[in-house]
Design a protein around this ligand. Sequence first.
Ligand code: CAA
Ligand code: NAD
Length: 303
Amino acid sequence: MTPMTEEATGAAISAGASKDIKKVGIVGCGLMGRGIAQVAAQTGYTVLTHEQDKKFFDNGIGAITKSLDKRVAKGKLDEDTKNKTLSNISFAASLSDFADCDFVIEAVTENIEVKKAIFKELDGVCKPSCIFASNTSSIPISDMAAVTNRRDKFVGTHFFNPVPVMKLVEIVRSIDTSDETVEIAMDFGKALGKKTVEAKDTPGFIVNVLLVPYLLDAVRQLENGLATAKEIDDAMVFGCGHPMGPLTLLDFVGLDTTLFIADIMFEEFKSVHYAAPPLLRRLVTAGYNGKKAGRGVYDYSAK
Ligand code: CAA
Ligand code: NAD
């Protein structure tokens, strides 16, 4: 198989160890699952996506279509590639549809019990050679691998938001992940056109160990009245050249997701760096989960 557009990938599906991957299963079609589905389908993989309710899958496909339409309007993608990409993605009503997948990526809500239940079910359904990957931001890969009988074929693949744009995938090796699985995951990431780095299996891996304290501190400073949200964001955009300020980024990532991540990291490290500020908890309790909810630190309802 060859990539369908120059935009799809560089190394593409001809990559070494991942050459046997043809069918990719994705569990979850929220912000991340839909992004991973989009890049995998655009690379030419057959993608099956499972959601807890078909309406969430439909929302995800709507967002993917919008994202591809924008590329077409900019002249960066042709209509045929858009249509092929969409036709490569289909809905799986049940996890049992994943029986012949070669690589399954879980991208559901950051909750260890939910993720463990999914992997336990998948382990009974998927063929023995299928590799399991989690897109978790903070949960140790070993904890999820432990509920399966394929710990050597279990790896972390941590993509970044928005997936079609962000170039990195952290490949996380657990205590039991085999060298072959790491190599296949690295090759798969490269086939999707991503830069890969290997990270140790500690909560937050490389990026979130550094990024999450920064996001939490921005909320703490807002709570302390240091400046308005807009001023804090402008300061980091214009003073440090960041593409978006920390509070806009928090809205973009999701306040609920960030709170889940912070609580998991705090539980593990017992460090004040990862202690969620009360304001973040109050906003999540109120349902202000960020851009995806129409309101987070900022209000998007008018747009
Ligand atoms: N799908 C496809 N393409 C997209 C896209 C999407 N969802 N969103 C943006 N793009 C493309 C645009 O089409 C545009 O492409 P061209 O330059 O080829 O025309 C390019 O990205 C830039 O987009 P825009 O001009 O619309 O907007 P922008 O310049 O403001 O960039 C942004 C948007 C890429 C999101 C930028 O603001 C950014 O890089 N923000 C920081 C994002 C970040 O830090 N992500 C990591 C979050 S942490 C994480 O993911 C880990 C975790 O576990 C929480
Ligand atoms: P999200 O809230 O946008 O989407 C999660 C999706 O999972 C929802 O659509 C939900 O319906 C679905 N889901 C929940 N339980 C399910 C189940 N049992 N079966 C099938 N689907 C189920 O969250 P997200 O931002 O896409 O995050 C997903 C994962 O990716 C989390 O582990 C998160 O930590 C990680 N992550 C998030 C970001 C980010 O910036 N948001 C970046 C990197 C990694």
